[in-house]
Design a protein around this ligand. Structure first.
Ligand SMILES: [Cu+2]
Length: 255
């Protein structure tokens, strides 16, 4: 028996390639987590509603929770690509120590994935439930939203027959949007308020939000809807209650 065979197997973490993978794992997790969380949250602009604040928080948490998974995959791919290059027709010496042969690695992967999915489902359901509660709020105002190639129209059904192409909303008042389309499927998206819902022809979908900041924010179509889809955007003007009443009157409606 040779010395090699009688030797105790060293800990897997003593191996150079495993160490390398662990270092890379930490580095990639930090980069992926930071870039994904920050870029996503910042690209949508500062929050203009509680819904958006919750959404940004949720994006950050979910991204950081899954960043180690992405980081591990990237680290293993990098280690493999760099350190395990093999040329020639014969199989490499160490062709048979893959993780797939390890029941411990497989079960860890399965359990961690399941827990992550469960975490996302539970948290997401609670947040959705809370966001949707405003739809039932009797104090909410109602706005009908109609998408068509390639504009949005807003009808202020609580204020007579006022219609506009820019949306006007009073600050700190819950609003329910009844969304539909005249032609193809569009998607009504108020970027900084964190709400987005499909506009389907022949069908009314509902979403709601309470704007909590005075200012002008972006409305976009978030569903590829034809040639000028990218130009199907408008603004929402969030104003004080008094300014809103004045605007409604100026449009011939009753405040
Ligand atoms: Cu559209």
């Amino acid at each position: 028996m040779s010395d090699l065979e009688t030797q105790k197997r060293p800990s897997v973490f003593a191996r150079k390639d495993v160490k390398q993978t662990v270092y890379l794992w930490v580095i990639f997790t930090a980069i992926i987590g930071y870039v994904s969380a920050t870029v996503q949250a910042r690209s949508m602009g500062a929050s203009a509603s509680e819904t958006m604040s919750t959404t940004i928080h949720m994006i950050r948490v979910f991204t950081w929770v899954v960043a180690p998974v992405a980081g591990l995959i990237a680290a293993m791919a990098a280690t493999t690509l760099i350190a395990k290059m093999h040329f020639g027709d014969t199989p490499p010496d160490e062709a048979d120590h893959q993780i797939r042969n390890s029941p411990r690695a497989t079960s860890t992967w399965l359990i961690v994935s399941s827990l992550l999915c469960l975490f996302a489902v539970v948290w997401g359901t609670i947040v959705l439930q809370r966001d949707n509660a405003a739809i039932l709020d009797p104090a909410a105002m109602n706005v009908n939203v109609t998408g068509q190639q390639w504009v949005w129209n807003f009808d202020y059904v609580d204020n007579g027959t006022v219609r506009s192409a820019d949306l006007y909303l009073p600050v700190n008042k819950p609003v329910v949007f009844h969304v539909t389309s005249k032609d193809v499927i569009h998607s009504f998206w108020i970027v900084q308020m964190g709400i987005k819902i499909d506009a389907n022809p022949g069908y009314v979908t509902e979403t709601s939000v309470t704007p909590n900041k005075i200012g002008i924010f972006d409305i976009r179509c978030a569903e590829l809807c034809g040639l000028y889809h990218a130009f199907m955007q408008t603004k929402v003007h969030v104003v004080s209650q008094a300014d809103y009443a004045a605007w409604i009157k100026s449009q011939g409606g009753q405040a």
